[in-house]
Design a protein around this ligand. Structure first.
Ligand code: AMP
Ligand code: MG
Length: 379
């Protein structure tokens, strides 16, 4: 069944109260509303209405095993959705809310299990976007809202991205322009004996460590399989992926250029259209290669890269490339701040395929990866 999706253009700072009231009423009635947050656009439904929440999973084609984040207008509502809340949760909330930090806590029984994919925990945050806050206040409900994209696609950072994926499947989109952070929130689990980072995101580990010196972070991006009862299903390997196959290239600029000069013609010979996702610093090097070049911004400006990343991946898809060779962000083991989250999303877009450009067998490995992928697709 298709729904006539209504788009309301609203001012990002002072949204029209009539548009907010209409969207809030839709939520109260169990309908789906996409709205901007400071991270990405979310797809909201009344978190206390299991039927409404089910619609989110259907619209996104999201597996019911992948839990949703519950959005609140303020910390005051926290005890209506979570129980046994530890003192550190309040300290973190005081410091980071409204903002891009999601806390996993024990779920209150009034929150239907479908929100949390049947777990006894619930992920909660207060977003910092004036439009999101106006909507949350107006509906006076906790709102379950994952990113407003089709499952496993890059998260939407504009209302157009939402429409590209979900037009005809949701009731309302509040369009307030591009989001400011561009990557999803940081998720930390406070239900275990030691706090644990489940997903790097908008709130950096360095900032969190000031309150959580014992925060456990994974060495490499957390990866869990769909069947394995994931700790945090957003850690599925394939996530944020464009349709084209992505392979990450790590190593020095010089070696990367050498590698690309060699492999791009090889790929073209095999009938593949090649896209390059490169940082500004390296763009002049590769400008003459027969590939579609898209830049992600300067390596020295992780915030700018974060803001653009998902839009650039979607743009490469629109340009019709088959393969995207993307440069990694920062150096292994020294990534700080947003670099961690950027690397995490690139890693998932590439489904874990990373090549060291200096390795003598890197071109063969790349061809191996791609022919394997081709076979998998044809199967
Ligand atoms: P999204 O809002 O689309 O970025 O997805 C929300 C993500 O938050 C999920 O994919 C999980 O990684 C994480 N999450 C949400 N609820 C829980 C929970 N109860 N336990 C662990 N992780 C969660
Ligand atoms: Mg998502």
């Amino acid at each position: 069944m298709t729904i006539a999706t209504q788009v309301f253009h609203v001012d990002p700072v002072h949204p029209d109260p009539a548009a907010i009231a209409a969207a809030a009423q839709a939520l109260v009635e169990g309908c789906l509303v996409a709205f901007p947050t400071e991270t990405v656009y979310g797809l909201g439904a009344d978190a206390l209405n299991a039927q409404a929440v089910e619609r989110i999973f259907i619209a996104k084609q999201r597996p019911f095993s992948d839990p949703l984040i519950v959005h609140l207008a303020s910390l005051v509502q926290l005890e209506s959705v979570a129980v046994e809340i530890p003192a550190i949760a309040y300290a973190l909330a005081e410091r980071f809310w409204p903002g891009p930090l999601t806390l996993v806590l024990r779920r209150h029984s009034r929150v239907p299990p479908i929100v949390s994919a049947g777990r006894d925990t619930v992920a909660v945050r207060v977003p910092a976007h004036p439009v999101a806050l106006a909507l949350l206040r107006a509906c006076a409900l906790p709102v379950a809202a994952p990113s407003a994209n089709l499952f496993s696609r890059p998260s939407p950072t504009t209302a157009q991205h939402v429409l590209d994926d979900l037009n005809g499947r949701i009731h309302i989109v509040l369009d307030a322009g591009p989001t400011s952070i561009g990557l999803e929130s940081t998720v930390i689990d406070l239900t275990q004996s030691a706090p644990r980072l489940l997903r790097p995101g908008g709130a950096t580990v360095d900032a969190l460590r000031t309150l959580l010196p014992d925060l456990r972070t994974p060495e490499a991006p957390l990866v869990t399989s769909e069947t394995e009862g994931a700790v945090s299903p957003g850690t599925l390997l394939k996530h944020c992926s464009p349709r084209a196959q992505v392979v990450l290239l790590m190593g020095e600029a010089e070696a990367a250029l050498h590698f690309l000069r060699k492999v791009v013609p090889m790929l073209i010979e095999r009938g593949m259209r090649v896209g390059l996702l490169i940082f500004d610093e390296e763009a002049p090097n590769v400008a003459n290669l027969p590939a579609t070049l898209v830049t992600a911004g300067s390596q020295r400006d992780p915030a700018g890269v974060a803001r653009r990343l998902f839009a650039r991946l979607r743009a490469l898809d629109r340009l019709g490339v088959d393969v995207i060779l993307a440069r990694t962000m920062g150096q292994e083991s020294t990534r700080t701040g947003l670099e961690m989250a950027i690397h995490d999303r690139l890693f998932r877009a590439a489904e874990g395929r990373i090549l060291d450009v200096a390795a003598p067998d890197a071109p063969d490995l790349l061809l191996g990866h791609l022919s394997q992928l081709k076979e998998e697709r044809e199967r």
